[in-house]
Design a protein around this ligand. Sequence first.
Ligand SMILES: [Zn+2]
Length: 95
Amino acid sequence: MKGMSQALKFGKSVHDNGWGMFTSFLAYKLKEQGKQLKKIDKWFPSTQMCSTCGNIKPMPMRVRTYTCSCGYVGDRDHNSARNIKKEGIRLLASA
Ligand SMILES: [Zn+2]
């Protein structure tokens, strides 16, 4: 989060106590339901990776749609979310 806030100029708000409290609370609430919180590596290329075939390509911020040579076309953030979900499942399976 520190690197992200510096890159995006969020200021101090995301790396003060708020983020830590949020993730602690989230982990607690998930545990109540028999679930667990998995954090993915901050360098995981969720935005650059195709969520269908795993190909990686540069994705400048202004590009809002991910278009891959495998035929996948999707919203930038939706593609990223699919990659994060897959990585979370991979981490759970390897734990
Ligand atoms: Zn692809």
